[in-house]
Structure formats: C-alpha cells, structure tokens
Design a protein around this ligand. Structure first.
Ligand code: HEC
Ligand code: HEC
Length: 615
C-alpha cells in the first residue's frame, strides 16, 4: 500500500516537475569546462619509489579510515532486506551445481575470498546485518551486497599473487547471475509445482531439513566462529540465529521466494522489451557491468501497474532506450566532486556517475544502495563510504613504467587530452560519438523519482549514529546547508545528455574502457580501427603492453556466453548500447584540434599509454 501511495504521489510531483524541468530554469546550469591552465600530473622521476610511496599512502588511508572502510567493504546495505543469511549459506548445499562448493561458493558470480580478511564465512562483497545490528538476537541476519562487491576488484600479478583494487571495479561481479541462480535453486526444490502455497511449503521443508543436517555435523557451519571488529559470531550466536530463523521461517521463506521470483521474472520481461536478440546474455548477466536502467526502475514500473489510477503512467517510469554501464572506480572522489556556485544555491564543476547527474557525494552513495534494489537501506553505509572514498588513493599501476617515454606522453596528453580530462570538469560532452543510451536513461520521471527516493532515505534532518555520535549526513555539503535544496540530489536530465570527461585517476585498472566497457585496452581506444568487435571480459591477468585486462579471444578458455574458467566472451554487436564506437575521431573545440585517433602515430599512442599508466 505504501508503495502505491508513493507511486501516486510521485505522479503529482511529476506534473509539477515536468513543467519546472521543461522551463529553462533549474539548478546546474553552469556546465562549461573549466578554463585556464589544464591540470596534468607530472611523471615521477623514479617510478619504483613513487609506486612504493603510493601503495603506502593507500594502506595508510585505509588504516586511518578503517571503520569507514569496513562499512564500505563489508557491511550489508540493509538490516532487513536482501535474503536471510542462513538461506544464503544453504544454497551451495542445496544446489552445488549452481553455486559451487567450499571456497568456490559465490565465485561463479564473481565474488571472492579476500586473503586480507581471513576466516570470513562468506566472500568479500556479501555483507550480513549481524555486523551492524545493535542487538545480536534482535532479528535474523539478512545478507546483501556491500559496496565492496562491485568496488573492490583485483588483478593477478606476475607471481600469481592478487593485487587488490580497493575502490576500483570488480570486473567479475555478476549481480544478475546471482538472481538467476536463486530462482534456479527455488525451481530445483519446488520442481513443477505451480501452486504458490505448496511451492513455499516445499521450499520451507527443504531449507529446514538441510539446515538441521549441516548444523548437526558442524555447529559453526554458518558463521565459522568469525570475529569482526569487536563482534564474535561464535556457536552461541549461531545457535541463537538458527532458533530465530526457525521461528520466523514460515513468513521469511515465502517472502524470500516472492521477492526473488518477482525480481527475476520482472527482469525477463524487461530484457524482452529492451534487449531483443541479446536475451540469453542479459538473462545470464554481464559480469563487470550492469544494465543502467536498474532493478528499481523495473520495480517502479511494476508498482505503478498495480493500481488502476497510476497504471496509465507506468511506462513513464521506463526510459526511452536501454543503456549499459561499466562499474566505475570510486576512488579519489574529491577529483570530481562539485563546488558551490557564488551564491551557494547550486553545485557546479563536477558530478558523479558517467553523466555527472548526481553531484553530491552522499547521494552518489545512496543511489548505489537504492539502484541495486534494496529498500530500508542503512544510511550509515553511505555516510561512511563518503568518508573513505573522498581522497582514497587510486591503486597505483603495479608493473614497470618507462619514465622517459611517459614524459613524452605527458606532453602529448597536455596537448590533446587534458583540456577535457581534468578534475572538476562538470561538462558533459555530446560530440564524442559513443552510444547515448546510458546518457538518456534518466529522463524527467526517473530523475524526479530518484530525487524523492534519495531524499526520503536521507534529507537535511536525517540523523544516524557514527562513531557513537548523532550525525546528520545529508544536512550540508562543504559547510553549506542543504536545507530546502532537495533538487540538488539529482540534477535535470537535459543537462546530462552526454558523458563527463573524467580525471582518469587509476585509469589502468578501469579497463575495459568507456561508459559501456566496450573497448578492452587503451591501445584500442587510441587506435580505433583495431578495436575488436568481440573480446574476453572479466579476466584477472593483465596486458602490460596494450594496458587493460587480458582480452584476446584466442588465449581464453571460455566458450560462448557462459563463464568457463576465467572470463566470458563479450560481443559489442549484441545491442546498440554495447557498441564500441566513439572517442575515435579528432575533435575541434574552442578553435583547437584534439587528436583522438592515433592510427597514424602509434609511437605517439604508446607514449600516451605510458603516461596514462602513471595516473
Ligand atoms: C552491483 C554493483 C554495484 C554495487 C554493489 C555498488 N556500486 Fe557503485 N557503481 C556501480 C556502477 C555500475 C556505477 C556506474 C553507474 C553509472 O553511472 O551508470 C557505480 C558508480 C558509483 C559511484 C560514482 C563514481 C564516480 O566517480 O562518479 C559511486 C560514488 C559509487 N558507485 C559508490 C558506491 C557505494 C558507496 C556503494 C555501496 C553503498 C556502491 N557504489 C555499490 C556499481 C555498483
Ligand atoms: C573533447 C573532450 C575529450 C578529449 C579531447 C579527450 N577525451 Fe577522452 N573522453 C571524453 C569523454 C566525454 C569520455 C567518456 C565517453 C564515454 O564513456 O562514453 C572520454 C573517455 C575516455 C576514456 C575512458 C575512461 C574510462 O574510464 O573508461 C579514456 C581512457 C580517455 N577518454 C582517454 C583520452 C585520451 C588519452 C585523450 C587524448 C588523446 C582523450 N581522452 C581526449 C572526452 C574527451
């Protein structure tokens, strides 16, 4: 009921909003690129010393902000949403063919055990609410993806060791793959039974008997006696959770079934509408990237359809076209956080997301919590994430750099690239020629829905507890009150039909490139004629020559769409939103020509690439 009311309310707001947004007023008008001297990083004289210093700075930053880092890396998005933790842990027992076993659990969908967190009962990126809940026996634990699921990645070094990318992108994570497997597991248990009540009974029975089986042979099966911060998830904790779970199973298990089935079956319909010809891939999920429209839009559409009053407007909740989005790196947020304008009524010169349309850091984070489909989100996660991501040093390139070549590249970069790729450049570029799908998904309705969604989760008066104190994380930005400035939570769509030229910090680790992850290496970006239409994504080996993760189809052990060993085949021709065009023609701007196609000067291209390694 609450959702329906919200839907109806949203429509009233939309009426007023369309008028407002269509008029030429509104916030966020000043989107010109900063003028004056462009910012170019100096190549360090000694790469090895610089590398060590940057690694040390990254470690020091994390230690200094350990509490905040933990909430970003490991905490659940919600105390009451996601799936019951006990069910999660039973999935690989019930259906090992979908989930993998032992340490492989969840690796099939791209989550991994991080050696830096020994003894963890689930891979990094899967949080559970017991880490945060005040009263240990106050509720059952729910599991949901932490920010780290998508924003802690890794790359394999020459000696086979993993180098972790805190605040980078997890190129393997496949959120749709998770949802699909949950539904497959439910189907495996319930078989051909179609009656919802009987289906639920079968699932309840299976879960409870499996629970007893595993627990009777191992009293610390679920939590592995894990200790985290000052909490100990010992056998007593485990027993208390099991007791509570059993008590609530008759309601929580049907909820779990409904939630996951609705979500995935809604997704199937959506994929049929937007991804004709690419349904098998989209239904399996695309590791390392996502459909940009997101599950919450699909949900909003479904909610509006449920009420005769709002039904005619349901399609407004859907964007005009589809868009895909590569997971972004989130480190060094300060390089493109916006500034206040002179009279402090508007934020300018910066922004978040590929299009820059969410300017304020706290709302970038809240958007992340909501778009993944959780409700009742724990705002503290966003507030702590804001603390740790601001100024979090990007992971430095872990291999060698030819300093002299990089210096040549620095000059070419200053000449051809720096005018666009610089800190605090809030301008969106419409002349780059990349697919516009992602830039167009947040139309008026989606934007207004987002503003109301974000600010109902957190507005100027919202209070949370951080470090034992009451804090208002959405009350101000850079010392200026946000009271009465809700519309800054997401700026008008017409200002964001294009893409930001980001400052490229930690660029080496952000392959594949462009907002849609359609170009495997920096070489292919600069020499557009050689861009492969088909390549392998989500491998952990690194191509030190062309700069990007190993990508060649020839040396992969994967086959058609599925994930076999490492990586999967990505075909840029599958849907318009995945095409690898753009950023491929020289550009005239402000009376200057910027060279974007380096096919006729590969020496120059390799010099630029050498420089880009150092960012
Ligand atoms: C399921 C994967 C996923 C999870 C989980 C996730 N993100 Fe993201 N994040 C993305 C993607 C994809 C983008 C790019 C979105 C776009 O613009 O289309 C992004 C973008 C961002 C950005 C904007 C970066 C920039 O420089 O503009 C921030 C900040 C961010 N995420 C923070 C978070 C935080 C904080 C969390 C946890 C609360 C989180 N994310 C959880 C996938 C994820
Ligand atoms: C006219 C402005 C402009 C110029 C000049 C320009 N770029 Fe870009 N660049 C962009 C925009 C806009 C995007 C985002 C396009 C997208 O994602 O669809 C981009 C994207 C990129 C990306 C992908 C970033 C990522 O995270 O995937 C790289 C790398 C890049 N540019 C490098 C360069 C280099 C190197 C040069 C100079 C040879 C250059 N750019 C010149 C505007 C520019």
């Amino acid at each position: 009921m609450k959702k329906l009311l919200l839907g109806a309310l949203a429509l009233v707001v939309v009426g007023a909003g369309i008028f407002l947004y269509a008029a030429d007023g509104g916030f966020g008008k000043q989107l010109s690129a900063p003028t004056g001297k462009s910012f170019v990083n100096e190549v360090p004289e000694n790469w090895e010393t610089h590398k060590q210093a940057k690694m040390a700075a990254r470690d020091a930053h994390i230690i200094k902000h350990q509490t905040a880092y933990n909430r970003f890396a490991d905490f659940a998005e919600s105390e009451s949403d996601g799936l019951p933790y006990i069910i999660l842990k039973l999935l690989p027992v019930i259906a090992p063919e979908y989930w993998g076993e032992g340490d492989d659990f969840l690796s099939v969908m791209g989550l991994f055990y991080d050696e830096r967190l020994p003894g963890a009962p689930v891979p990094r990126g899967m949080g559970f609410s017991g880490l945060a809940r005040e009263n240990p026996t106050g509720n059952i634990d729910y599991a949901s993806f932490s920010c780290g699921a998508c924003h802690i990645g890794r790359v394999r070094l020459d000696d086979g060791k993993m180098y972790y990318l805190d605040g980078g992108a997890n190129s393997e994570f496949n959120v749709v793959g998770y949802r699909k497997r949950v539904v497959q597991t439910i189907d495996k248990i319930a078989g051909a039974e179609t009656d919802p009540k009987k289906r639920a009974d079968l699932v309840i029975q299976k879960i409870l008997t499996t629970l007893d089986q595993v627990h009777s042979t191992n009293p610390s099966y679920f939590y592995k006696n894990f200790t985290y911060e000052n909490r100990n998830f010992d056998t007593a904790y485990e027993q208390a959770q099991i007791d509570l779970f059993k008590k609530t199973a008759s309601t929580t298990i049907p909820q779990f079934i409904n939630h996951h089935e609705n979500e995935y079956h809604g997704w199937e319909k959506f994929v049929d509408k937007y991804y004709q010809g690419a349904q098998p891939q989209l239904l399996d999920g695309l590791p390392g990237m996502e459909d940009a429209i997101g599950f919450n839009t699909v949900k909003a559409n479904a909610n509006l359809k449920q009420n005769p009053l709002t039904k005619p407007f349901a399609s407004l909740a859907l964007p005009p076209s589809h868009g895909v989005t590569d997971i972004m790196a989130v480190w060094e947020q300060h390089t493109h956080d916006p500034l206040w304008n002179a009279d402090k009524t508007d934020v300018i010169d910066g922004g978040g997301q590929w299009t820059g349309h969410i300017p304020l850091p706290i709302y970038k984070n809240i958007a992340a919590q909501l778009t993944i489909g959780y409700e009742n989100v724990d705002v503290r996660v966003s507030a702590f994430a804001e603390e740790v991501l601001d100024k979090m040093p990007a992971s430095v390139y872990p291999f060698d750099v030819d300093v002299n070549l990089a210096k040549k590249g620095q000059a070419l970069f200053a000449e051809n690239c720096a005018a666009c790729h610089q800190p605090h450049n809030g301008k969106v570029y419409q002349n780059i020629g990349t697919d516009m799908g992602r830039a167009k998904i947040a139309g008026v309705f989606v934007t207004l829905g987002a503003i109301s969604g974000f600010t109902s989760v957190c507005d100027a008066d919202t209070v949370v507890q951080m470090y034992g104190k009451d804090v208002k994380p959405c009350a101000e930005y850079k010392g200026v009150s946000l009271e009465g400035k809700k519309s800054l939570a997401m700026t008008p769509p017409k200002l964001h039909e294009g893409y930001n030229a980001l400052p490229l910090v930690g660029l080496w680790a952000q392959a594949p490139y462009l907002h849609n992850g359609s170009i495997p290496t920096l070489y292919h970006l600069l020499v557009p004629g050689e861009r492969p239409a088909v390549f392998v994504k989500s491998r952990l080996d690194y191509d030190k020559k062309l700069i990007g993760f190993a990508w060649s189809v020839d040396d992969s052990s994967s086959n058609k769409y599925g994930r076999k060993k490492e990586g999967y085949i990505f075909d840029t021709r599958l849907a318009p939103a995945m095409n690898n065009q753009g950023h491929d023609k020289d550009i005239q701007q402000d009376g200057k020509t910027f060279k974007l196609n380096w096919a006729d000067d590969k020496e120059g291209a390799f010099a630029i690439i050498e420089y880009l390694k150092t960012l």
